[in-house]
Design a protein around this ligand. Structure first.
Ligand code: ARG
Length: 257
């Protein structure tokens, strides 16, 4: 028995021996199990959010369509955005769809699928507040932790303080309460948030940068990357993607360049 354990641990990574089967699996293992395990955040409307008790949104429905194309059941894992890359590296799910913009820094530790939409970071503030990059001079800006908006804010010269929040709903609440002068987030998230809060007196300002957003996978999980890219391409061809995009944005937000 001892010998067997020794022999097994020589060929199987220790993490597997200790914790049993893990996620972030190779394509063959996923296919065999019949279920794909996908992470999202659930706090980023209209991409991934809760409508009452129901997890929904453009990315949630898109991932469900991808799983269907692949002939798999989908099991959701709801993970805070700032913990997703670390959780992926610990193999806690097969991939994440939570609006990760491509950055060289992230690409050091995870792989990106082909982009499922193109977008930009945008400033929002009270109507008499700082609505341009220039106007952020000396101001306090709220952003979600570990996002490209936090990175963008750091690069803007003159900002007095950057306050980070666990999620965008918290960052928006801080803006509403005037704990920060401005909020930087995704332009579609800003739009959806302002539509739901028409009386907040908050308006969308200048766009700060553009980004390409993708599902993220464990590094070198090539088989799964191919399957996701192919399923996405098919959904873009057969009209499913367009219908979903029109439903949430009234336009096609795919990267056409
Ligand atoms: N697009 C931004 C980024 O790449 C923010 C993504 C935030 N996603 C979320 N589910 N809250 O950092």
């Amino acid at each position: 028995m001892r010998f067997l354990v020794k022999l097994l641990s020589a060929v199987i990574p220790l993490s597997l021996v200790l914790s049993g089967p893990v996620a972030a699996r190779e394509w063959d293992a996923i296919k065999q199990s019949g279920t794909i395990i996908v992470a999202t955040e659930g706090g980023f409307q209209p991409f991934n959010y809760y409508d009452g008790p129901k997890l929904t949104g453009f990315e949630v429905e898109l991932a469900e369509a991808i799983a269907k194309k692949l002939g798999l059941k989908l099991e959701w894992r709801v993970v805070p955005f700032d913990g997703q890359i670390a959780a992926l590296k610990q193999d806690r799910f097969d991939f994440a769809i939570a609006s990760h913009g491509y950055t060289a820094e992230r690409a050091k530790s995870v792989d990106f699928a082909n982009p499922h939409y193109c977008t930009g970071g945008q400033i929002a503030a009270h109507k008499d507040g700082p609505l341009t990059v220039a106007a952020l001079d000396g101001k306090t800006v709220g952003v979600q932790l570990a996002t490209s908006y936090a990175d963008a804010a750091k690069k803007i010269k003159g900002i007095k303080t950057i306050k980070t929040y666990k999620g965008d709903p918290e960052a928006f609440a801080a803006l509403k309460a005037k704990k920060v002068d401005a909020w930087i987030s995704d332009k579609f998230t800003v739009k959806a948030t302002l539509e739901k809060n028409p009386d907040a007196g908050i308006t969308a300002g200048e766009q700060v940068f553009v980004e390409r957003v993708s599902m993220i996978l464990r590094k070198n999980n090539k088989g799964l990357a191919e399957q996701l890219n192919q399923a996405l391409a098919e959904l873009m061809k057969d009209g499913t993607y367009k219908a979903l995009s029109e439903k949430y944005f009234k336009e096609d937000i795919s990267c056409r360049s």
